[in-house]
Design a protein around this ligand. Sequence first.
Ligand code: XIL
Length: 455
Amino acid sequence: MTERCQGDTRPRTGPRARTAIVLAAAALLAATSAVFLPGTASAGTTLGASAAEKGRYFGTAVAASRLSDGNYTTILNREFNSVTPENEMKIDATEPQQGRFSYGAAEQIVNHARSRGMSVRGHTLAWHSQQPSWMESMSGSALRSAMLNHVTQVATHFRGQVVAWDVVNEAFEDGSSGARRNSNLQRTGNDWIEAAFRAARAADPGAKLCYNDYNTDNWTHAKTQAVYNMVRDFKSRGVPIDCVGFQSHFNNDSPYVSNYRTTLSSFAALGVDVQVTELDIQGAPAATYRSVVEDCLAVARCNGVTVWGIRDSDSWRASQTPLLFNSSGQKKAAYDAVLAALNNGTTPTDPPTTPPTTPPTTPPSGSCTATLQDSTRWGDRFNSQVTVSGASNWTVVVAVTPPQKVSNTWNGSPTWDSSGNVMTMRSNGSGNVFGFTTMANGTWTRPVVRSCTAS
Ligand code: XIL
């Protein structure tokens, strides 16, 4: 038998070596099983749950007219934890006649989403397109006031119900000019965008305020740079902007490019969140969908991804079959790629933060026991996982410490008390482990399990 000495790096083979490897692996697993292992945490089986485990949302555009389609709502309710009204919050829908507001279709979507624990992105308060005819024919200071009044009224109406608003949509020119788009709103003065953001902030101080655009994915494009310069300027002058939306309608004329991640991280470095807001990809190539999701997961300030419709037949570009579900509602290869990317996503590199010092909490047992454990942690938020034993139908009450806020949950049906700090989570058939994301808002105290009740 050959002698081996320390430092011998030759591969060992044979049964003894294999046993040693297995034992070493088991020891490593035992030593680390109490902490989060990227890629090996209980993987979600739906887009929303898997994204939530990564501290993100996965959303879709929703059309109110389709909420009566059972196939559509089954997929919506199962897979997504964020929605964007596709047309129902646009100016022509919410203020069809000047000063007369109409919120019915938008509220239908908001109520559907919020009653199921999904968050809502508002789209959009100020835009050159889909204006009602009264606004299209306006100009100058009358248009400026009408636009600001619209922003104020709509953002006020939905205050507290919309987590992020696309305050201004598509205000830049395509091509190499890097100029603002010539629109009736632009002609009211170059400061119309910041005026819209200020009005939105005053109307709903709790909502994140986004600038949203398309063809801003390629970092080298003039339009991308122009938007970047605007956001940098806004941040330097204190204009209230919190996020930038990348529509990401990819097709043969406007393809996904590998510098997309650079674009997302460069904007994030300005001190804004970034969101993929209207994703669809011509032909739905699985590899491209996977890349987009991986790019978002690689950027700590990328909050989530919204696809622009559920089934190909729901798409505004249906002939491009650009979505994750086919027209019968079946999952396409791109769906599997997205889910896999969400479940194996890389952990963003954030500045190190001090872990909470209190031990995991186990509340006094009534008819069941709930144990809370820390999971992934980012620069601004952290995940917790609660394991319930002793009951399959359970209700667990968890409290976070203000100003913390729960931003996302998975594998349970949540409701909140009026303070928004106490969450009652009920089993929903997804098993006995649920999780949630807490926005720290500067406070890193561990959430506390208050009770566990079997039902
Ligand atoms: C589209 C909708 O999907 C269509 O139903 C509607 O006819 C036109 O608008 N950029 C945006 C979205 O910001 O609002 C657009 O939505 C797609 C392009």
